[in-house]
Structures are given as structure tokens and as C-alpha cells.
Design a protein around this ligand. Sequence first.
Ligand code: SF4
Length: 164
Amino acid sequence: MKLVQLFMTRSLPPQQLLQLEDEELSSLIKPAAHYNRKTKNLKKMCHQLIERHNGEVPGTRDELLALTGVGRKCTDILMHFTFREPTIAVDIHVHRVVNRLGITHTTSREDTADAINEITPFKFKHHAHEWIIQHGMKICVARKPKCSDCSLTDLCDYYQTEVV
Ligand code: SF4
């Protein structure tokens, strides 16, 4: 997320980022997993941004997905927050919650993103990511969901089949 934020805020243009030593860049993103690999990807992506897009972050899905290290979730986050195209970005929390509820029946986050974006009314797409992710981090946690604290038990496939 930190990488995305750097670009979202445009506080660190690619030309400047390329001037950082690998160690310095790694330390900036270190809370992220695989930070050494991500450092290399980030530098490759900066070269691509300069060569293909004049150093600007492109505003289409295809152009974003063509950049090194940019996947579906990152693209959805950028489209949503930077380019104001309401989209539900699916991370591990969103994937878990919507599948437990039975809103989707998917095994990959990409399929979950396709399915949930297809069925969610436009007006709810602005905030759905935050609502679902918060529910997944605080109540519907991975190992032991706190179903006794959840207001969605009546609607939840997991609760009806695994808990009751
Ligand atoms: S009832 Fe339990 S499994 Fe279902 S959404 Fe709530 S916390 Fe998650």
C-alpha cells in the first residue's frame, strides 16, 4: 500500500525515485513483504513510466496492468482512489468476507473482484471496499471469525453451515 500511496500522492515522481539507492528505497517500503523484489520491480516500473507515459501514472486499466509489479488489486485501488472510477478492490480480507457470506463463490481474488464488481450497484462502490475490509479485519477475521459480534449472521452462508 505504501508504494501505491507514493504514487497516489504524486509526492515522489519516478525520476526522483530512480535516484534513490536500492537500500534507501527498500527501507522506505520495508514494512511490505518481499521488499527487495519490490524494490527492483519499482525501479523497472519507474523506467516504464518515463519511457511510455512521460513519467505520469497512466489512467487506464490496461496501461496500469502492463507495468511491472502492478496487479489487479493495485490497479483497482489506483482506478478507485486516483482516477475516481468506483471499483471494489479485492484483497485477502474482502475475498474472505464475501465468500463466507456467500455473495461470491470464488477461489481467486481476481474472480472475486470480477464477480463483486459485476453485482454491486454503482452507488455502493464508493465505500464498499472500506466497509468490507474493516469488517474482515475487525469481525470476520481469518482464523476465528467473531460471529457472536456480527450483525450479518442471518445473511451468512458460513454461519448457517459451519457455526449453527
Ligand atoms: S457471521 Fe461470522 S463468518 Fe459470517 S460474516 Fe459474520 S463474522 Fe464472518
